[in-house]
Design a protein around this ligand. Structure first.
Ligand code: SF4
Length: 301
């Protein structure tokens, strides 16, 4: 354990550059740094920290398990049965991209639909984007028989990516649009996937940057102010997006824009985005004719 975490601010991991530098200096993996730091700050053991992460992992698995079996609609009755439809669709026509694609997309829908039924999910990093990390992490782990220890390592890595982005921009659609929710969840998932598949820290960081830079500007325009349309389907799309980013990074492809500058771009894009496109449902999809009809139907107004 690093006794000097608190006194030596150079050990703070606020940027991707900090992460690569400290990992190199200490010859440690990203997840090792995080668990040591958390154990020190919380005055507990690394085992305790990992146990907390395992609880989140178990909750993610449980949400998928329940979500896969349910087609109960949300309170608004607008969503809740897409996971069932997709599972039936794959039975009739297997996915072009194979069984892993089927798992990732159905797990994403299972989790986000559990969220809108008020089931127990892990807001990772937010409730509206809660399905992306679990879908990618658990589908890949099942497919490749990844040990629980490695899954925990990957989830810690995912959390670190989210926390690095959060040092510069709030992970809230109301502040920076959906790029900061589903976009960041996708970056976290990409990093977790690279970790699981044996990539190094530099590849983890670049996978996150690749995921983020290709989702810049994604608006937050939920229909009727509910985290349902377009949020549900967006989780499935952004889970697949994460896999693309991870594959590119594992092949040695890097973001030409340095990863920390990608976060700067996301921050600036969020600032420039119209407030009407940041969760208040005053523009975009939320103000389409059909969205207004849905809103009227739900709220009788
Ligand atoms: S559209 Fe808005 S509410 Fe929905 S997931 Fe994205 S950020 Fe969250």
């Amino acid at each position: 354990m690093w006794e000097n975490w608190k006194v030596n601010m150079k050990n703070e991991i606020n940027t991707f550059s900090d992460l690569l530098l400290i990992c190199g200096q200490k010859n440690k993996r990203a997840y090792e740094l995080v668990q040591e730091k958390e154990a020190f700050l919380l005055d507990t053991s690394i085992d305790e920290i990992r146990l907390k992460v395992k609880k989140s992992l178990d909750a993610m698995k449980n949400a998928i398990k329940i979500g896969l079996k349910s087609d109960e609609k949300s309170i608004s009755k607008q969503c809740g049965d897409d996971c069932k439809k997709l599972q039936e669709g794959f039975k009739a026509h297997p996915a072009l991209f194979g069984d892993l694609f089927e798992k990732i997309t159905t797990y994403a829908l299972a989790t986000i639909e559990e969220n809108l039924r008020m089931g127990k999910i892990v807001a990772c990093p937010t409730a509206g984007s809660c399905a992306i990390v679990p879908a990618v992490l658990i589908a890949i782990s099942e497919k490749f028989n990844i040990s629980e220890d490695e899954q925990i390592n990957a989830l810690i890595t995912a959390g670190l990516i989210g926390s690095i982005v959060q040092t510069k921009v709030s992970l809230a659609g109301a502040v920076a649009g959906c790029q900061a929710e589903c976009g960041v969840a996708s970056a976290m998932s990409a990093g977790a996937l690279v970790q699981i598949l044996g990539g190094k820290e530099k590849q983890i960081v670049h996978s996150a940057a690749l995921a983020l830079k290709n989702i810049l500007g994604l608006t937050c325009d939920p229909v009727a102010g509910l985290v349902e349309i377009p949020c549900v389907k967006r989780n499935a799309f952004l889970a697949v997006h994460a896999v693309t980013a991870a594959e590119l990074a594992l092949a040695g492809i890097e973001s030409k824009i340095p990863p920390d500058e990608v976060i700067d771009a996301l921050t600036q894009t969020g600032q420039l985005m119209s407030p009407l496109l940041k969760e208040c449902s005053q523009a975009g999809l939320a103000k389409t004719k059909t969205a207004l009809k849905i809103e009227q139907k739900i709220f009788n107004r």
